[in-house]
Design a protein around this ligand. Structure first.
Ligand code: DP6
Length: 329
């Protein structure tokens, strides 16, 4: 059995994707810009196995079943359809082993690196040769943020046009365009959060502020993009925080509320603001979970990480830097 291996890294959005232009094709309603990180790696190995009657998917050593396996297998069926591999013939199904090389207790397990690595390994296994742009568009079908993890460094995912399945991310700048730090403050896990897919759906369906988010997000994205282009840390941080807060505000106003922040999340935001008052350039962002990621200069990352560790409820704080894109067969 030939094995196919791929490695991908997580990314953090500086301007946020939240909401879909086309649910069936998983097209984002707004443009987003992310930084791929060196620290959060997913490694995936797949093999076509003639003895299987369905895909066999092991994530972090646990065989997946039920809805989770169904969702992953539906993505693999899409890859097979693209590759012209008929469902059910011998050797159709994949044995998948995927590992997140993430810090312990991180809760940062990201669908972004996971689907990017799975798309790369599965297309190789089925002999489907795609360039990075086409691979990114395919990974988007698994998770839109995964489209961005195909590329290293600074990456843009444009808003989609309903019905157009070709939308993928594009690399804006290589990792060495700008060496910044993203300090990850990992906080108590608590009960499971609402999956981003469900959270954005509820926001779109029930939040009175969703329309305002759709109107504002492209403007905030343009600000982030201009600031990243000119390597202006303060302007990037300000625009990133504005995008973060606008996204979360639209979600908080959903009914019932889609709220990812916990008390400790807000305490970390306070700590970041206190750092700024002391003259340290540090800016915060959050995604579909309680953790906080803090953008700062590389030279200040150690002291920012140390400060965040002193906030009660912060389990761990780690420094990530711009990372590479997909590595595939
Ligand atoms: C808050 O990419 O996980 O992290 O496309 O439904 O799988 P699906 O959503 P996903 O959403 C990520 C949302 C976010 C912001 C971002 O990464 O841009």
């Amino acid at each position: 059995m030939t094995e196919f291996f791929a490695r991908a890294r997580a990314n953090i959005a500086l301007s946020k994707y939240w909401g879909k232009a086309d649910r069936a094709l998983n097209l984002p309603a707004v443009p987003s810009l992310s930084l791929t990180l060196d620290d959060l790696v997913t490694e995936t190995t797949v093999a076509r196995d003639a003895s299987l009657a369905h895909d066999h998917i092991e994530l972090d050593g646990v065989l997946r079943a039920g809805d989770e396996a169904g969702t992953l297998s539906a993505f693999l069926a899409l890859v097979r359809a693209r590759a012209g591999v008929p469902e059910g013939a011998p050797g159709t199904f994949l044995r998948v082993r995927s590992h997140n090389r993430f810090p312990t207790a991180s809760g940062l397990a990201s669908s972004a690196s996971g689907y990017a690595a799975l798309a790369a390994a599965a297309t190789a296994a089925y002999g489907l040769a795609l360039d990075d742009l086409a691979l990114s568009a395919l990974a988007r079908r698994g998770s839109a943020s995964a489209a961005r993890s195909v590329f290293g460094g600074w990456v843009e995912l444009p808003a989609g046009t309903p019905g157009d399945d070709t939308t993928g991310a594009r690399p804006l700048f290589a990792p060495d365009h700008w060496d910044v730090a993203m300090v990850l403050a990992l906080v108590d896990r608590g009960p499971k959060d609402i999956a981003s897919r469900d959270g954005m759906r509820r926001t779109a369906e029930t939040s009175p502020y969703y329309a305002a988010w759709l109107a504002t997000a492209p403007l905030l994205h343009a600000r982030v993009r201009a600031a990243v282009t000119s390597r202006d840390l303060e302007a990037t941080g300000d625009a990133m925080e504005a995008s973060t807060m606008a996204m979360h505000a639209s979600a908080w106003a959903a009914q019932p509320a889609v709220r990812y922040a916990r008390g400790v999340t807000l305490d970390v935001l306070d700590a970041v603001r206190a750092l700024r008052r002391e003259g340290v350039g540090a800016w915060a962002t959050m995604d579909a979970g309680p953790h906080v990621k803090v953008l700062c200069a590389v030279g200040e990352a150690e002291s920012v990480a140390a400060r965040l560790r002193t906030t009660p409820g912060v389990l761990e704080s780690r420094i990530a830097r711009p990372g590479a894109g997909i590595e595939r067969p």
